[in-house]
Design a protein around this ligand. Structure first.
Ligand code: VNL
Length: 388
């Protein structure tokens, strides 16, 4: 009986192969290759983006415009030469219709020339340096930029009695973007940046910079470090007792990252940051997103990287719907220009002129809600462009 069944199924499969008309076999596969840091210091970014992308697919099905979507995840370990090599392999061997992911700025930049040459759209789901998207006509961004996320913090500071600031950022693309945006906006509003400090990206030791900042006695210390480094930075901020010496600690939401915030301790209560996403964002879309994400991921709280992955897949699905399943890369990039939808983060769109993300940026305060620390939004700056 069992044997007969096997023979029967071989027979059917054989026929399908021979004629090529079986529905299952005729359905064309569209491959999406995500290149992410799944190991190494930025592994949490890879984990969050993969979970966001998989949640989109679980909720929206794996067929779009008659095509079967296949997700391929590749680990670049956070090394730019690996990102580039993997992008080339995905394009040449796997014939992906889309590249995506890119956990840090140098990783995204290394993939740009591959996307340009192959004419394959590359969706930036994490990296935040403003200039990346302009470096390839095939880049589209669903994450955020640092100028976008920083300017509201400078505006809030100037409007809330802060006259002098020291900035401390990671010494690479997004940090320099953040430093520049804060200074420009804050000084335009009459404030003064006393000193711009930069800590190395890899294995940073913040103590000497924090002591320097403390000695300068600013009203506030503004911080940016990439996702994954916030907890160790805030631990050292606590040890140096900056807040006790009367210096207000502010920053972008990368520092009070939802992935780590709840473990950072009650000393963070009251800290103000600005950012594009909070797990506490008060909307029906986000409540549903957080509940489904927690359930699918063993209670891991979604952070801002996760929505980069979720919305990156949204952009990919919506583009394929617009081209009616045509996978020509140039047509897909055209289709992504001007897309607009409501994300768990709030309304967002792809600026047709720049292919960069336009979204709300929120000013938030760390608060304890139901026994857990959250970034609770209290002001919205609507429709901020990612780059010009
Ligand atoms: C970048 C920007 C990376 C912000 C981040 O976390 C971040 C980047 C890994 O552009 O490299 O929070």
């Amino acid at each position: 009986m069992f044997r007969r069944q096997i023979l029967k199924s071989i027979g059917v499969a054989g026929l399908a192969l021979a004629t090529g008309v079986s529905a299952a076999c005729a359905q064309e596969v569209v491959k999406v290759g995500l290149i992410l840091p799944m190991t190494g210091p930025s592994a949490s970014t890879g984990r969050q983006i993969e979970a966001g992308a998989r949640l989109w697919m679980a909720q929206n099905g794996s067929t779009v415009a008659g095509k079967k979507i296949e997700l391929i995840i590749k680990d670049d370990t956070g090394a730019a030469d690996q990102s580039k090599r993997l992008a080339t392999e995905l394009v040449v061997n796997d014939k992906v219709a889309f590249l995506g992911g890119f956990g840090l700025t140098p990783l995204a930049l290394s993939v740009g020339p591959v996307a340009t040459q192959a004419k394959v759209p590359a969706v930036i789901m994490a990296a935040g340096t403003s200039t990346i998207v302009a470096s390839s006509p095939y880049f589209v961004r669903t994450s955020f930029t640092l100028p976008q996320n920083t300017a509201p913090m400078a505006q809030w500071s100037a409007a809330n009695g802060i006259k002098t600031v020291v900035t401390l950022v990671s010494d690479y693309g997004p940090g320099l973007d953040s430093e520049k945006a804060f200074k420009a906006e804050f000084e335009a509003k009459g404030g003064k940046v006393l000193e711009s400090l930069r800590a190395p990206l890899m294995n940073p030791e913040f103590a000497a910079f924090l002591q320097k900042a403390k000695d300068l006695k600013p009203d506030a210390l503004f911080l940016f470090v990439p996702s994954g480094q916030g907890a160790s930075l805030m631990k050292q901020v606590g040890e140096r007792e900056l807040a006790k010496s009367g210096i207000k600690i502010i920053g972008t939401g990368d520092v009070t990252d939802d992935d780590q915030l709840n473990g950072m301790g009650d000393a963070l209560i009251g800290m103000i940051t600005s950012h594009n996403y909070s797990a506490a964002h008060d909307s029906p879309e986000n409540k549903a997103y957080v509940a489904a994400f927690l359930k699918a991921n063993n209670n891991m709280r979604p952070n801002f990287m996760s929505v980069g992955g979720f919305d990156g897949m949204a952009a990919i699905y919506k583009a394929l719907e617009k081209t009616k399943g045509d996978t020509d890369g140039t047509k897909l990039v055209e289709a992504m220009k001007g897309l607009a939808w409501v994300s768990p983060r709030g309304p967002m769109s792809i600026d047709p002129a720049t292919r960069d993300v336009t979204q709300n940026v929120y000013v938030r305060e760390v608060k304890k809600v139901d026994g857990q620390l959250y970034n609770v939004e209290f002001a919205t700056i609507a429709n901020v462009k990612g780059s010009n």
